[in-house]
Design a protein around this ligand. Structure first.
Ligand code: TMP
Length: 426
C-alpha cells in the first residue's frame, strides 16, 4: 500500500498568528511601562526569539526582557494562542488530501502544548496523524521532519512559508512546497530550495493530488421577524467562521441575483398593493429558483459557506402563516424552485412580534410587508414556531433580546459544531 505524507508548518502556513503575537507584545510592553511598539516594530516581531525582540526592538535590559517574556507567555497561554486565523482554503485542502488517502502531519518550531491546543481549538486535529514540535534541545526543521517521517513513506512533502521549512525539507530528503500566502516571499522560498510554489492553500492539493476535487461547502440561512438583528448577526457569524478558515459568502432573499433583485423591488414596493397572495408567493418562489441555481449551488460546490438572509422558511412563515395560504401549499409552490437544496443549519433570531413591531416602527421606511398589521406578524411568528418544532435538528434558536455579543457567541458555537462535524463525515 502506498504511503504518502505531507507535513505542514503551523504559523504562517496553516494559521496566521500575528494578531495574538502582537497583542501579547503590546500587553507585555504596557505592563513593563514601555511605550507601545508601532506597526513597523511589530512586523519584525514574528520569527526571532522573544528575549531578542524585547531587548533589540524595545530596548529592554536582559533582566527586563526575561520578565517581559514571562508576562507575554502568561497572556499567550490564556488567550493569545487563539487570536489566530486559519488561512482561507486550508480546511478544503486538508480535507481533499485526506480524501486522496494522503497522511498529514505538522512540523513546527512551536512547543507541543500550544500546537496541540491550536489544532484542537480550530478543529484541525482530526486531519493530522503526526506532530513534531521543537523542544529546548532540538528545533532544527530537518531534525523535526526526520523524527516524524515513517520509514516506509513512499513519498513525503514539506509545506512551509519560511526558508527554514524549505531548507529543512531539502536536508531531510523530502519534496518541498513553498506556501507563498504566509510570511516569507516567493524569492526567499525559491532561494531556500522550494521545488514548487503554492500561491494559495488549494494549490497544495493540486500539486500533491492532481485533479483533486474541492470538498463541498455549506448552505446556512438566517431567519427572524423584521428587526430581529439578522444583518448584525450575519456579520458577526461571518467574522467568527472566517477565523476558522471558512470562506463565507453572503446573500439574501428575495434577491441575491440580478433577476431576484428585480423581483424584490416588485414584492416590496408599496405601489403594488393589489398583488394577490398567490402572486406574492409565486414571485418569492421564482426569485428563489434563480437564486438556488445561480448562487447557492455554485458557492457550495466551490467549497464556500453561503450564508443567506432568509430562505424557504420565510415563505412558509410569511405566505403560509401571515397570508394564510397554509404550510403545505407554500411548500408545494416552492418544490420546483428548491428541489433538494436546503440549509444545513437555519438560525432563528427569536423575537416576539410586538418587540419586532416596536423596532420596526423606529426604522425609517416600512416596505409592503413590514407595513402589514399586527395580526399578520403574529401569524408569521407562529409560523416560525411551527417550523422550528417540525425541524428541531436543522434549527438553532437564539433569544434575539439578549446582548448581541452573547447572541453571536451562541450562534457561532452551534454553527461551528455542525460545520466541523460535517467535515468529519467526509
Ligand atoms: P428583508 O427585509 O428581511 O430583506 O425581507 C424582505 C421582506 O420579505 C420581509 O418582510 C420578509 C418578506 N419575505 C416573505 O414574505 N417571504 C419570503 O419568502 C421571503 C424570502 C421574505
Amino acid at each position: 500500500m502506498s504511503s504518502r505524507w505531507v507535513f505542514f508548518d503551523l504559523d504562517g502556513t496553516l494559521t496566521r498568528s500575528e494578531e495574538g503575537i502582537w497583542n501579547c507584545a503590546r500587553y507585555a510592553a504596557q505592563r513593563m511601562g514601555f511605550p507601545q511598539p508601532d506597526g513597523e516594530t511589530l512586523k519584525q516581531w514574528i520569527g526571532p526569539p522573544l528575549i531578542w525582540s524585547f531587548r533589540n526592538l524595545l530596548g529592554m535590559t536582559e533582566k527586563q526582557a526575561v520578565r517581559a517574556q514571562e508576562i507575554y507567555r502568561e497572556r499567550y497561554t490564556a488567550v493569545g494562542k487563539f487570536e489566530n486565523q486559519v488561512y482561507p482554503g486550508v480546511r478544503g485542502m486538508l480535507r481533499a488530501l485526506r480524501a486522496g488517502g494522503v497522511h498529514l502531519g505538522v512540523v513546527t518550531g512551536k512547543p507541543e502544548g500550544p500546537t496541540r491546543d491550536i489544532l484542537e481549538h480550530f478543529g484541525l486535529m482530526k486531519f493530522v496523524e503526526r506532530i513534531s514540535c521543537a523542544t529546548d534541545a532540538r528545533a532544527e526543521k530537518d531534525h523535526l521532519i526526520r523524527s516524524v517521517l515513517p520509514e516506509d513513506a513512499e513519498e513525503a512533502w514539506m509545506v512551509g512559508d519560511r526558508r527554514f521549512d524549505m531548507e529543512g525539507g531539502v536536508q531531510a530528503g523530502v519534496r518541498t512546497i513553498g506556501a507563498a500566502w504566509g510570511y516569507g516571499t516567493e524569492e526567499e522560498l525559491r532561494d531556500a530550495g522550494a521545488q514548487y510554489i503554492a500561491r494559495d492553500a488549494w494549490a497544495v492539493a493540486e500539486i500533491v493530488c492532481p485533479g483533486a476535487r474541492r470538498p463541498e461547502g455549506a448552505f446556512l440561512s438566517m431567519e427572524g421577524l423584521d428587526g430581529s438583528g439578522k444583518s448584525t448577526q450575519m456579520e458577526m457569524l461571518t467574522r467568527n467562521l472566517e477565523r476558522f478558515g471558512f470562506e463565507v459568502e453572503h446573500s439574501r432573499e428575495p434577491g441575491g441575483t440580478p433577476i431576484g433583485e428585480k423581483i424584490r423591488e416588485l414584492l416590496l414596493s408599496r405601489e403594488n398593493g393589489e398583488m394577490t397572495d398567490v402572486t406574492e408567493a409565486l414571485l418569492y418562489a421564482a426569485a428563489r429558483a434563480q437564486h438556488v441555481r445561480e448562487r447557492i449551488r455554485p458557492a457550495v460546490a466551490a467549497g464556500r459557506v453561503l450564508l443567506c438572509d432568509r430562505f424557504l422558511d420565510s415563505s412558509v412563515a410569511y405566505q403560509g402563516g401571515g397570508r394564510q395560504l397554509g404550510v403545505d401549499r407554500v411548500l408545494a409552490l416552492n418544490a420546483e424552485a428548491v428541489e433538494d437544496t436546503l440549509p444545513m443549519v437555519t438560525i432563528y433570531l427569536d423575537l416576539d412580534h410586538r418587540t419586532s413591531l416596536a423596532r420596526r416602527s423606529a426604522a425609517s421606511e416600512l416596505d409592503r410587508l413590514e407595513a402589514e398589521k399586527e395580526e399578520f406578524h403574529a401569524r408569521v411568528e407562529q409560523g416560525y414556531h411551527e417550523l422550528i418544532s417540525r425541524n428541531p435538528d436543522r434549527y438553532v434558536v437564539v433569544d434575539a433580546r439578549k446582548d448581541r455579543e452573547e447572541i453571536a457567541r451562541e450562534i457561532s458555537e452551534k454553527v461551528l459544531e455542525r460545520l466541523l462535524a460535517a467535515e468529519e463525515a467526509g
